[in-house]
Design a protein around this ligand. Structure first.
Ligand code: ZN
Ligand code: ZN
Length: 357
Protein backbone atom coordinates (compact mmCIF):
# COMPACT_ATOMS: atom_id res chain seq x y z
CA UNK A 1 0.00 0.00 0.00
CA UNK A 2 2.11 2.92 -1.28
CA UNK A 3 0.06 5.64 0.38
CA UNK A 4 -3.43 6.81 1.25
CA UNK A 5 -5.88 6.95 -1.67
CA UNK A 6 -3.44 5.11 -3.94
CA UNK A 7 -3.97 1.71 -5.53
CA UNK A 8 -2.28 -1.22 -3.85
CA UNK A 9 0.59 -2.60 -5.95
CA UNK A 10 2.73 -5.72 -5.98
CA UNK A 11 6.41 -5.23 -5.05
CA UNK A 12 9.26 -7.63 -4.46
CA UNK A 13 11.47 -7.57 -1.38
CA UNK A 14 14.65 -9.47 -0.51
CA UNK A 15 14.29 -12.58 1.61
CA UNK A 16 15.26 -11.49 5.14
CA UNK A 17 18.31 -12.78 7.02
CA UNK A 18 17.06 -14.27 10.26
CA UNK A 19 18.73 -13.25 13.51
CA UNK A 20 18.63 -15.67 16.43
CA UNK A 21 15.07 -16.14 17.68
CA UNK A 22 13.46 -15.06 14.42
CA UNK A 23 11.41 -17.06 11.92
CA UNK A 24 10.04 -16.80 8.42
CA UNK A 25 6.38 -17.69 7.96
CA UNK A 26 5.08 -18.84 4.59
CA UNK A 27 1.70 -17.10 4.49
CA UNK A 28 -1.37 -19.26 3.99
CA UNK A 29 -4.07 -16.67 4.71
CA UNK A 30 -4.35 -13.08 5.75
CA UNK A 31 -7.35 -10.79 5.71
CA UNK A 32 -8.72 -7.43 4.69
CA UNK A 33 -10.34 -5.97 7.77
CA UNK A 34 -12.05 -2.65 8.39
CA UNK A 35 -8.74 -1.22 9.59
CA UNK A 36 -7.21 -1.88 6.18
CA UNK A 37 -9.98 0.11 4.50
CA UNK A 38 -9.23 2.96 6.96
CA UNK A 39 -5.50 2.66 6.15
CA UNK A 40 -6.30 2.82 2.44
CA UNK A 41 -8.14 6.09 2.99
CA UNK A 42 -5.44 7.50 5.26
CA UNK A 43 -7.78 7.74 8.27
CA UNK A 44 -5.18 6.56 10.79
CA UNK A 45 -2.51 8.99 11.96
CA UNK A 46 1.22 8.29 11.85
CA UNK A 47 1.22 5.34 9.43
CA UNK A 48 4.65 5.06 7.72
CA UNK A 49 3.56 4.37 4.13
CA UNK A 50 4.44 2.41 2.11
CA UNK A 51 3.28 -0.51 4.24
CA UNK A 52 2.50 -4.18 3.73
CA UNK A 53 -0.99 -4.46 5.27
CA UNK A 54 -2.46 -7.57 6.85
CA UNK A 55 -2.15 -7.85 10.63
CA UNK A 56 -3.81 -11.13 11.61
CA UNK A 57 -2.39 -13.88 9.40
CA UNK A 58 -1.56 -17.56 9.44
CA UNK A 59 1.00 -19.74 7.73
CA UNK A 60 3.61 -22.46 7.90
CA UNK A 61 6.94 -21.93 9.62
CA UNK A 62 9.33 -22.06 6.68
CA UNK A 63 12.56 -21.43 8.57
CA UNK A 64 13.50 -20.85 12.19
CA UNK A 65 16.77 -19.55 13.55
CA UNK A 66 17.59 -21.07 16.91
CA UNK A 67 15.15 -22.73 19.30
CA UNK A 68 11.78 -21.05 19.21
CA UNK A 69 9.14 -21.34 21.92
CA UNK A 70 5.50 -20.57 21.35
CA UNK A 71 3.43 -18.30 23.58
CA UNK A 72 1.60 -21.46 24.59
CA UNK A 73 4.89 -22.95 25.89
CA UNK A 74 5.33 -25.40 23.02
CA UNK A 75 8.55 -25.76 21.03
CA UNK A 76 7.98 -24.70 17.47
CA UNK A 77 9.44 -26.55 14.49
CA UNK A 78 9.81 -25.81 10.81
CA UNK A 79 6.74 -27.09 8.98
CA UNK A 80 4.35 -26.29 11.85
CA UNK A 81 1.16 -24.41 11.05
CA UNK A 82 1.53 -21.25 13.07
CA UNK A 83 -0.22 -18.01 13.90
CA UNK A 84 1.15 -15.01 15.74
CA UNK A 85 -0.01 -12.12 17.89
CA UNK A 86 0.09 -9.09 15.61
CA UNK A 87 1.20 -6.65 18.32
CA UNK A 88 4.93 -7.35 18.13
CA UNK A 89 6.28 -4.68 20.40
CA UNK A 90 5.23 -2.85 23.54
CA UNK A 91 7.90 -1.18 25.66
CA UNK A 92 7.14 -2.88 28.98
CA UNK A 93 8.47 0.22 30.76
CA UNK A 94 5.98 3.06 30.33
CA UNK A 95 3.22 3.80 32.80
CA UNK A 96 0.60 2.22 30.48
CA UNK A 97 2.62 -1.01 30.40
CA UNK A 98 3.62 -1.16 34.05
CA UNK A 99 1.49 0.97 36.39
CA UNK A 100 -1.87 0.88 34.62
CA UNK A 101 -1.48 -2.52 32.95
CA UNK A 102 -3.07 -1.25 29.75
CA UNK A 103 -0.43 -2.24 27.19
CA UNK A 104 -2.80 -1.58 24.28
CA UNK A 105 -2.25 2.09 25.14
CA UNK A 106 1.57 1.87 25.14
CA UNK A 107 2.88 4.71 22.93
CA UNK A 108 5.62 2.42 21.58
CA UNK A 109 3.17 -0.31 20.52
CA UNK A 110 3.88 -1.75 17.10
CA UNK A 111 1.45 -3.83 15.09
CA UNK A 112 2.06 -5.96 12.01
CA UNK A 113 0.46 -4.52 8.90
CA UNK A 114 -0.08 -1.05 10.37
CA UNK A 115 2.88 0.60 12.12
CA UNK A 116 5.90 -0.72 10.19
CA UNK A 117 7.11 0.68 6.92
CA UNK A 118 7.66 -1.79 4.08
CA UNK A 119 11.23 -0.51 4.07
CA UNK A 120 11.78 -2.22 7.43
CA UNK A 121 10.90 -5.66 6.09
CA UNK A 122 8.07 -8.14 5.67
CA UNK A 123 5.86 -6.92 8.52
CA UNK A 124 2.50 -7.67 6.94
CA UNK A 125 0.35 -10.56 5.81
CA UNK A 126 -0.41 -9.37 2.28
CA UNK A 127 2.83 -11.01 1.35
CA UNK A 128 3.98 -14.52 0.50
CA UNK A 129 6.30 -14.50 3.51
CA UNK A 130 6.11 -12.74 6.85
CA UNK A 131 9.16 -11.95 8.95
CA UNK A 132 8.57 -12.94 12.59
CA UNK A 133 11.10 -10.93 14.53
CA UNK A 134 12.54 -12.19 17.83
CA UNK A 135 10.00 -11.82 20.62
CA UNK A 136 6.85 -12.11 18.49
CA UNK A 137 4.18 -14.18 20.25
CA UNK A 138 3.76 -17.27 18.08
CA UNK A 139 1.44 -20.21 18.63
CA UNK A 140 0.86 -23.49 16.82
CA UNK A 141 -2.52 -23.59 15.13
CA UNK A 142 -4.34 -26.63 16.61
CA UNK A 143 -4.80 -29.43 14.07
CA UNK A 144 -8.57 -29.17 14.26
CA UNK A 145 -8.64 -25.46 13.37
CA UNK A 146 -8.55 -24.67 9.65
CA UNK A 147 -6.82 -21.52 8.43
CA UNK A 148 -10.18 -20.37 7.06
CA UNK A 149 -11.78 -20.67 10.50
CA UNK A 150 -8.82 -18.88 12.08
CA UNK A 151 -8.88 -15.99 9.61
CA UNK A 152 -12.69 -16.00 9.46
CA UNK A 153 -12.52 -15.02 13.13
CA UNK A 154 -9.29 -13.08 12.57
CA UNK A 155 -8.70 -9.77 14.26
CA UNK A 156 -12.45 -9.42 14.86
CA UNK A 157 -12.35 -12.44 17.14
CA UNK A 158 -9.36 -11.11 19.11
CA UNK A 159 -11.18 -7.83 19.59
CA UNK A 160 -14.38 -9.62 20.56
CA UNK A 161 -12.55 -11.65 23.21
CA UNK A 162 -11.37 -8.38 24.75
CA UNK A 163 -14.87 -6.89 24.43
CA UNK A 164 -16.42 -9.80 26.28
CA UNK A 165 -13.88 -9.33 29.07
CA UNK A 166 -14.64 -5.60 29.25
CA UNK A 167 -18.37 -6.34 29.26
CA UNK A 168 -17.95 -8.55 32.35
CA UNK A 169 -20.62 -10.74 30.83
CA UNK A 170 -22.45 -13.09 33.19
CA UNK A 171 -24.47 -16.17 32.22
CA UNK A 172 -28.06 -15.11 31.70
CA UNK A 173 -27.24 -11.55 30.67
CA UNK A 174 -29.20 -10.12 27.78
CA UNK A 175 -27.04 -8.48 25.13
CA UNK A 176 -27.51 -6.20 22.15
CA UNK A 177 -24.75 -5.91 19.56
CA UNK A 178 -24.63 -2.86 17.31
CA UNK A 179 -22.90 -3.62 14.03
CA UNK A 180 -22.61 -6.98 12.26
CA UNK A 181 -19.16 -6.76 10.71
CA UNK A 182 -16.49 -9.23 11.77
CA UNK A 183 -16.20 -7.75 15.30
CA UNK A 184 -19.95 -7.71 15.92
CA UNK A 185 -20.45 -11.22 14.52
CA UNK A 186 -17.66 -12.62 16.70
CA UNK A 187 -19.02 -10.76 19.73
CA UNK A 188 -22.41 -12.39 19.15
CA UNK A 189 -20.81 -15.83 19.00
CA UNK A 190 -18.78 -15.25 22.17
CA UNK A 191 -21.78 -13.94 24.11
CA UNK A 192 -23.72 -17.03 23.04
CA UNK A 193 -20.86 -19.29 24.18
CA UNK A 194 -20.66 -17.37 27.47
CA UNK A 195 -24.29 -18.16 28.27
CA UNK A 196 -26.04 -14.92 27.37
CA UNK A 197 -29.82 -15.24 27.46
CA UNK A 198 -31.27 -13.12 24.67
CA UNK A 199 -28.96 -11.64 22.03
CA UNK A 200 -30.15 -8.86 19.74
CA UNK A 201 -28.23 -7.54 16.75
CA UNK A 202 -28.65 -4.28 14.84
CA UNK A 203 -27.02 -3.65 11.48
CA UNK A 204 -26.97 -3.90 7.70
CA UNK A 205 -27.23 -5.54 5.19
CA UNK A 206 -29.63 -8.49 5.51
CA UNK A 207 -26.97 -11.01 4.43
CA UNK A 208 -24.86 -10.09 7.46
CA UNK A 209 -27.90 -10.21 9.72
CA UNK A 210 -28.55 -13.75 8.48
CA UNK A 211 -25.01 -14.62 9.52
CA UNK A 212 -25.62 -12.90 12.88
CA UNK A 213 -28.48 -15.34 13.40
CA UNK A 214 -26.15 -18.26 12.63
CA UNK A 215 -23.66 -16.88 15.15
CA UNK A 216 -26.32 -16.90 17.87
CA UNK A 217 -28.45 -13.75 17.67
CA UNK A 218 -32.13 -14.37 18.43
CA UNK A 219 -33.60 -11.17 17.08
CA UNK A 220 -32.02 -8.99 14.41
CA UNK A 221 -32.99 -5.51 13.31
CA UNK A 222 -32.13 -4.18 9.89
CA UNK A 223 -31.11 -0.56 10.35
CA UNK A 224 -32.58 0.52 7.03
CA UNK A 225 -36.07 -0.88 7.57
CA UNK A 226 -36.65 -0.32 11.31
CA UNK A 227 -36.73 2.89 13.35
CA UNK A 228 -34.93 3.51 16.63
CA UNK A 229 -38.32 3.66 18.36
CA UNK A 230 -39.33 0.28 16.94
CA UNK A 231 -36.06 -1.27 18.07
CA UNK A 232 -36.36 0.19 21.57
CA UNK A 233 -39.91 -1.08 21.93
CA UNK A 234 -39.04 -4.56 20.66
CA UNK A 235 -36.03 -4.83 22.99
CA UNK A 236 -37.99 -3.65 26.04
CA UNK A 237 -40.78 -6.10 25.29
CA UNK A 238 -38.35 -8.95 25.73
CA UNK A 239 -36.42 -7.55 28.71
CA UNK A 240 -39.06 -6.89 31.40
CA UNK A 241 -39.51 -3.39 30.00
CA UNK A 242 -35.97 -2.48 31.07
CA UNK A 243 -33.54 -2.78 28.15
CA UNK A 244 -30.61 -5.18 27.88
CA UNK A 245 -27.95 -5.80 30.53
CA UNK A 246 -25.13 -5.17 28.06
CA UNK A 247 -24.86 -3.23 24.81
CA UNK A 248 -21.78 -3.78 22.63
CA UNK A 249 -21.02 -1.11 20.04
CA UNK A 250 -19.19 -2.46 17.00
CA UNK A 251 -20.75 -0.16 14.42
CA UNK A 252 -18.41 2.81 14.23
CA UNK A 253 -21.25 5.29 13.97
CA UNK A 254 -21.83 8.32 16.18
CA UNK A 255 -25.61 7.74 15.99
CA UNK A 256 -25.17 4.21 17.32
CA UNK A 257 -23.91 5.62 20.63
CA UNK A 258 -26.98 7.82 20.98
CA UNK A 259 -29.21 4.79 20.47
CA UNK A 260 -27.07 2.44 22.56
CA UNK A 261 -27.53 4.45 25.75
CA UNK A 262 -31.31 4.09 25.40
CA UNK A 263 -31.24 0.33 24.70
CA UNK A 264 -29.21 -0.60 27.80
CA UNK A 265 -31.04 -1.00 31.12
CA UNK A 266 -30.47 1.20 34.16
CA UNK A 267 -27.31 0.00 35.89
CA UNK A 268 -26.22 -1.86 32.76
CA UNK A 269 -22.95 -1.84 30.86
CA UNK A 270 -22.03 -0.35 27.50
CA UNK A 271 -18.80 -1.36 25.76
CA UNK A 272 -17.69 0.88 22.90
CA UNK A 273 -15.32 -0.84 20.47
CA UNK A 274 -16.35 0.31 17.01
CA UNK A 275 -14.97 3.86 17.06
CA UNK A 276 -11.53 2.88 15.80
CA UNK A 277 -11.41 6.09 13.79
CA UNK A 278 -12.89 9.47 14.65
CA UNK A 279 -16.42 9.65 13.24
CA UNK A 280 -17.29 12.79 15.21
CA UNK A 281 -19.15 13.46 18.44
CA UNK A 282 -22.29 11.79 19.70
CA UNK A 283 -24.89 13.67 21.72
CA UNK A 284 -25.60 12.17 25.12
CA UNK A 285 -27.57 13.76 27.94
CA UNK A 286 -25.35 12.95 30.91
CA UNK A 287 -28.21 13.29 33.39
CA UNK A 288 -30.62 11.04 31.51
CA UNK A 289 -28.25 8.54 29.99
CA UNK A 290 -25.36 8.15 32.42
CA UNK A 291 -25.80 9.62 35.87
CA UNK A 292 -29.45 8.91 36.68
CA UNK A 293 -29.23 5.71 34.68
CA UNK A 294 -26.24 4.54 36.76
CA UNK A 295 -24.69 3.39 33.49
CA UNK A 296 -21.22 1.96 33.13
CA UNK A 297 -19.54 2.93 29.82
CA UNK A 298 -16.28 1.25 28.90
CA UNK A 299 -13.99 1.68 25.92
CA UNK A 300 -12.10 -1.25 24.43
CA UNK A 301 -8.92 -0.67 22.44
CA UNK A 302 -6.93 -3.42 20.70
CA UNK A 303 -6.10 -6.73 22.30
CA UNK A 304 -3.40 -8.39 24.37
CA UNK A 305 -1.59 -11.68 23.94
CA UNK A 306 -3.91 -13.43 26.39
CA UNK A 307 -6.85 -12.58 24.12
CA UNK A 308 -4.93 -14.09 21.21
CA UNK A 309 -4.42 -17.37 23.11
CA UNK A 310 -8.02 -17.35 24.31
CA UNK A 311 -9.20 -16.91 20.71
CA UNK A 312 -7.22 -19.98 19.63
CA UNK A 313 -8.64 -22.01 22.52
CA UNK A 314 -12.16 -20.92 21.58
CA UNK A 315 -11.64 -21.87 17.94
CA UNK A 316 -10.33 -25.27 19.01
CA UNK A 317 -13.20 -25.92 21.42
CA UNK A 318 -16.02 -24.50 19.29
CA UNK A 319 -15.52 -25.63 15.72
CA UNK A 320 -19.30 -25.79 15.39
CA UNK A 321 -19.49 -21.97 15.21
CA UNK A 322 -19.39 -20.92 11.52
CA UNK A 323 -16.30 -18.71 11.89
CA UNK A 324 -15.25 -19.45 8.32
CA UNK A 325 -18.49 -18.00 6.96
CA UNK A 326 -17.35 -14.52 8.03
CA UNK A 327 -14.63 -14.82 5.40
CA UNK A 328 -16.70 -14.47 2.31
CA UNK A 329 -14.19 -14.68 -0.51
CA UNK A 330 -10.46 -15.26 -0.96
CA UNK A 331 -8.46 -12.88 -3.15
CA UNK A 332 -5.01 -13.16 -4.71
CA UNK A 333 -2.53 -10.29 -4.28
CA UNK A 334 -3.35 -9.02 -7.76
CA UNK A 335 -7.01 -8.45 -6.79
CA UNK A 336 -6.57 -6.60 -3.49
CA UNK A 337 -7.83 -3.29 -4.86
CA UNK A 338 -11.03 -5.13 -5.71
CA UNK A 339 -11.03 -6.70 -2.23
CA UNK A 340 -10.77 -3.27 -0.60
CA UNK A 341 -13.59 -1.99 -2.82
CA UNK A 342 -15.78 -4.97 -1.98
CA UNK A 343 -15.08 -4.62 1.74
CA UNK A 344 -15.87 -0.93 1.76
CA UNK A 345 -19.09 -1.34 -0.20
CA UNK A 346 -20.10 -4.15 2.21
CA UNK A 347 -20.58 -6.50 -0.74
CA UNK A 348 -18.86 -9.12 1.40
CA UNK A 349 -18.40 -9.53 5.16
CA UNK A 350 -14.68 -10.08 5.09
CA UNK A 351 -12.15 -10.58 2.29
CA UNK A 352 -9.46 -13.19 2.84
CA UNK A 353 -6.05 -12.99 1.20
CA UNK A 354 -4.16 -15.93 -0.30
CA UNK A 355 -0.86 -14.49 -1.55
CA UNK A 356 -0.02 -17.68 -3.44
CA UNK A 357 -3.24 -17.82 -5.43
ZN1 ZN B 1 4.84 0.78 27.06
ZN1 ZN C 1 -8.09 -5.88 11.86
Amino acid sequence: MPGPQQPVEIREFPRPDLPSGAALLRTLRSEVCGTDVHLWHGRLAGVPYPIIPGHVSSGILESIRGPLKGLDGSTLAEGDRAVFFDVHRTCGECRACTVHRTPTRCPARRVYGITDSAGEGLFGGWSQYIYLEPGVGIARLPDSVSVDDYIGGGCGLLTAVHIRERAALRPGDSVLVQGVGAVGLCAIALCRLAGASTIFAVGDPMSRLALATHMGAEQVFELASTSAEERLQAVRERTHGEGVDVVIEAAGSARAIEEGVTLVRDGGRYVIAGHYTDVGPSTINAHQHINRKHLEIRGCWGSESRHFLEAIAILEAHGDVPWRDIGARTYPLASLNQALDDAEAMRITKALVDPWA
